[in-house]
Design a protein around this ligand. Structure first.
Ligand code: MN
Length: 271
């Protein structure tokens, strides 16, 4: 499988700096959305990407999930040891292509999507308060979009010494288009419109630009990051299965006491 890749990040219209970051090191593609005042957010997303990039380069795609756990530790150790970046954290959504298999490793509310045959499907679950409420059925998507705590995360890198990483595996095929994005895109542009833009603009670089323009046209209240990976079959590729499995999640750890969860959420509240 070959990949035609484009990536872009934009500060948006409201923030005074960009705490998002991305990594494109074929066949590894990652977005991270840092948080935690002053320098913290930028340091957190950069530290996480460096760690994941280095571990996968050294140890291969098999180490993808472990690289995210090590990125968590790297951000955590830094934020507990350095008052200037205390409390920082970051989301991280990584995909790595291995033949006709897409390995995903995900923590937080950045997203991975798959466009296949013109239909957009989300490959990740948001680890956010509103994401959990929607999955429980207590909130609609429309309510989630305007919820005052829509930026509150329930899982992120750097907040504790250990983190649970979602690791869905997705069979892919030529013609598939993968989108990674931060919530500065998905929070500003609804899925049907994302699908329309991704269907209508075949060039990945122009599609990234069109997505960012749409997020900014809708207010651009957050940093916006997009990575598009277009898959092209090569001679010798095994035919890939057509169906995509449900996102699989590692068994979650026992829940924290509710007071502690509340504390975590406050800590993780993005500005
Ligand atoms: Mn964001």
């Amino acid at each position: 499988m070959k990949a035609n890749v484009a990536a872009a990040t934009d500060i948006g219209l409201v923030r005074d700096h960009n705490e998002d970051a991305y990594l494109v090191e074929d066949p590894l593609y990652v977005v991270a959305d840092g948080m935690g005042g002053h320098l913290g957010g930028e340091v957190a997303s950069a530290t996480a990407l460096e760690t994941v990039g280095a571990v996968v380069a050294d140890e291969g795609i098999e180490a993808l999930a472990d690289s995210v756990r090590r990125a968590n530790k790297a951000v955590y150790d830094r934020q507990v040891g350095d008052a200037e970046v205390a409390g920082m954290g970051t989301t991280l959504t990584a995909v790595a292509l291995q033949g006709s298999q897409l390995h995903v490793a995900h923590v937080g509310d950045s997203r991975a999507y798959l466009l296949r045959g013109g239909t957009l499907e989300m490959l990740t679950q948001d680890h956010s308060l509103v994401g959990e409420m929607m999955r429980e059925g207590s909130l609609t998507e429309a309510q989630a979009r305007v919820h005052p705590r829509r930026s509150t995360l329930t899982r992120a890198l750097g907040i504790a010494g250990e983190v649970t990483v979602d690791t869905p595996e997705v069979p892919v095929q030529g013609g598939d288009r993968i989108l990674l994005c931060s919530d500065g895109l998905s929070g500003m542009v609804e899925d049907p419109r994302l699908q329309e833009i991704l269907r209508n603009e075949p060039d990945p670089e122009r599609a990234c630009a069109a997505l960012i323009a749409e997020a900014n046209a809708n207010g651009g209240v957050d940093n916006i990051t997009t990575v598009i990976v277009d898959l092209i079959s090569e001679e010798g590729d095994n035919p890939a299965p057509v169906e995509t499995g449900p996102a699989e999640t590692e068994p979650s750890e026992p829940g924290l006491p509710s007071e502690e969860r509340g504390w975590l959420r406050r800590l993780l509240k993005k500005k």
